[in-house]
Design a protein around this ligand. Structure first.
Ligand code: RUQ
Ligand code: CUA
Ligand code: CA
Length: 609
């Protein structure tokens, strides 16, 4: 319509006019871009905070799912939930806890409490191979393969209850993983002897071989050990202890003004292992880590400390006391002198800034700033580490290391910035894992979602970008650059890496044990009927022979409580007793084909005569 808005005679003029106008606009814009390169820079450096449909995120987030027992994989900045990885829980979709292998790994335990998730390292940054996570509920540690994002190994930590803080070695690579026991118990916890006197209980700092997932040794200490960290040189590991009192009740645990940051000396541990300076308890090498042994030092820090995190430059350990409004900064280069007895453990403290109420965990931007979660204040507080050190040396009236504060919603536990647990901390995003969401989402009943909040920390002031509801209980996370993980992730399993992979369908009877080998190819299983006798022990081994990536099949036996999914070229195995006679349809649970509903076979269980 508007094409003819000019009188006919002027139409050619209109063309000239617009050409001239466009040209001048282009010229002005070009001139301003050329003469103000900072504008171009600013545009280039602007943090991408939105992920449009069809676009991909810049970071993977590995998040522990707390007492749901699982791990979750999210994308940042979208905060889209990409995957749930069952670890210590039962999962109906994947069949975790139902298949033979996962059942054996879980060992009959059906609950878990995943707190801390950390990746494998090479030279102070992630190598994209594994993540480890603890189970506080049953004192276990699991390793998850990142190439397929499935749990690969689970081990039980002996002599430990409330297995809590966990950290992999960061340098030169992850050969060891340490884990703390938060609850002290008698070392031999067999209900014999005097088990009422809590002051005689022991705590353990356990070292696991990251490759074999076997216990290397345990360091026995007289206190509880909460959060864990490792340094950037492969020399030390750290543990906070809030119950230096050795109390059994809350008032006993709060008796002293200072508890400890315990530092373990890895050279001394290696020497003790070599010299045989340990006792063996239940087959585990137990090294004495009490004060004066040279294995550990105890740095007094205020009161009932919780988190301990290492700055990405490797220089400082930052720990904070839940009931002290401070953070304690420990200079790692002073630790050697403290171990050598040249200085006192307390002399390693180089700052104790006042930051706010209920400080829990600290993360970093790689630009010298720390970000601490404040549970009571419901804030993330940003403070400058060097400023805190300067003020500790030269206190100034009204001086503060605090740079900025951001209200969060509400009651934050862990907080983590992008790549902050590596030497490549990039100071772009931060996640605040909030325990309480109150009014932030539609009401879903008395038990409400937690709130994972994404914060832009690229500028001077923190900016809240989005709220993401999360099912109980997102506990901790790491934010890992996409390029460190994505190249390692497989599109498909290696079929023959699993010796059980089925290429030919068969039924084999051995006494009353029946082994059924079955292929799945959309939209059919390799057999239409499988007949067994009531009371037989039956093993189904099922391989998905579809090579199209993402074409998964399910395997569900009606009324038998068996269900799992098999991704392309994957094989799973399940063993059970065919105790119910009758016809039971086995069907595919994953919509794989137009004839998905027809993808089923008969399981005939012949009644005992
Ligand atoms: S710690 S309570 Cu992660 Cu703050 Cu387990
Ligand atoms: Cu296979 Cu649905
Ligand atoms: Ca205490």
């Amino acid at each position: 319509m508007s094409r003819y808005w000019l009188p006919k005679g002027l139409r050619s003029w209109r063309g000239i006019f617009f050409t001239a106008l466009t040209a001048s606009i282009v010229a002005v814009v070009t001139v301003s871009i050329v003469s103000f390169p900072s504008l171009v820079e600013a545009k280039k450096n602007k943090l991408r905070t939105e992920v449009k449909p069809g676009e991909l995120d810049d970071y993977y987030v590995f998040e522990s799912g707390g007492h749901s027992g699982e791990i979750r994989v999210l994308g940042v900045p979208s905060m889209r939930l990409l995957k749930r990885i069952p670890v210590f829980n039962i999962d109906s979709a994947s069949g975790w806890g139902i298949t033979d292998k996962s059942k054996a790994m879980l060992g009959g335990l059906m609950v878990g409490d995943t707190h801390h998730v950390h990746g494998s390292y090479k030279d102070g940054t992630y190598d994209g191979k594994y993540v480890w996570v603890n189970d506080k509920a049953n004192s276990r540690v699991a390793r998850i393969r990142l190439d397929v994002m499935e749990t690969d190994s689970i081990i039980k930590i002996p002599h430990a209850q409330g297995a809590h803080g966990i950290f992999p070695q960061r340098y030169p690579q992850t050969d060891w993983v340490v884990i703390n026991s938060e609850f002290r118990t008698p070392l031999e916890n067999n209900g014999k002897g005097n088990f009422e006197d809590a002051s005689t209980y022991e705590g353990v700092h356990t070292i696991i071989d990251a490759h074999t997932m076997k216990i290397v040794c345990q360091i026995q200490v007289p206190c509880n050990l909460d959060l864990a960290a490792t340094d950037y040189q492969g020399k030390y590991s750290f543990a906070t202890s809030y119950n230096s009192e050795g109390g059994a009740t809350i008032s006993q645990m709060l008796a002293k003004d200072r508890d400890w940051l315990v530092v373990f000396n890895w050279d001394a541990i290696k020497a003790a292992l070599k010299k045989g300076s340990y006792k063996v308890v239940d087959g585990v090498k137990m090294i004495d880590g009490h004060a004066g042994t040279g294995i550990a030092i105890y740095i007094p820090i205020p009161k009932n400390p919780h988190g301990v995190n290492i700055s990405p430059d490797g220089k400082y350990a930052v720990a904070s006391g839940k009931v002290s409004p401070t953070a304690s900064v420990i200079a790692i280069d002073k630790l050697a002198d403290a171990f050598a007895g040249k200085i006192q453990p307390k002399d390693c403290i180089v700052a104790e800034p006042q930051i706010g109420l209920g400080p829990l965990h600290t993360t970093f931007d790689g630009r010298g700033n720390a970000y601490t979660s404040l549970f009571i204040d419901s804030q993330i507080v940003k403070w400058n580490i060097q400023k805190a050190i300067d003020l500790y040396q030269h206190p100034k009236e009204g001086g503060t290391a605090v740079v900025d504060r951001l209200d969060i919603h509400y009651q934050v536990g862990h907080t983590m910035a992008s790549m902050a647990e590596t030497k490549d901390a990039d100071g772009k995003f931060l996640i605040s894992l909030n325990k309480i969401s109150k009014d932030r989402f539609l009401n879903v009943g008395p038990f409400k979602p937690d709130n994972d909040q994404l914060v832009d920390i690229s500028g001077k002031k923190m900016k809240l970008i989005l709220d993401e509801p999360a099912y109980a209980e997102p506990h901790d996370c790491i934010i890992v650059r996409r390029d460190l993980v994505e190249p390692h992730v497989k599109q498909r399993f290696d079929m023959d890496a699993n010796p059980d992979a089925v290429h030919k369908n068969s039924i084999e009877r051995n006494g009353n044990h029946v082994t059924v080998r079955l292929t799945a190819n959309a939209p059919v299983y390799g057999m239409q009927d499988v007949e067994v006798n009531q009371g037989d022990e039956v093993t189904f081994i099922v391989t998905n022979q579809d090579e199209i990536p993402d074409l998964s099949h399910g395997f569900c036996i009606s009324d038998y409580g068996i269900n799992f999914v098999i991704a392309p070229f994957q094989t799973k195995k399940v063993t059970f007793t065919a105790d119910k006679p009758g016809i039971y349809w086995i069907y595919c649970t994953n919509f794989c084909h137009a004839l998905h509903l027809e993808m089923r076979l008969r399981f005939l269980v012949k009644a005992k005569a």
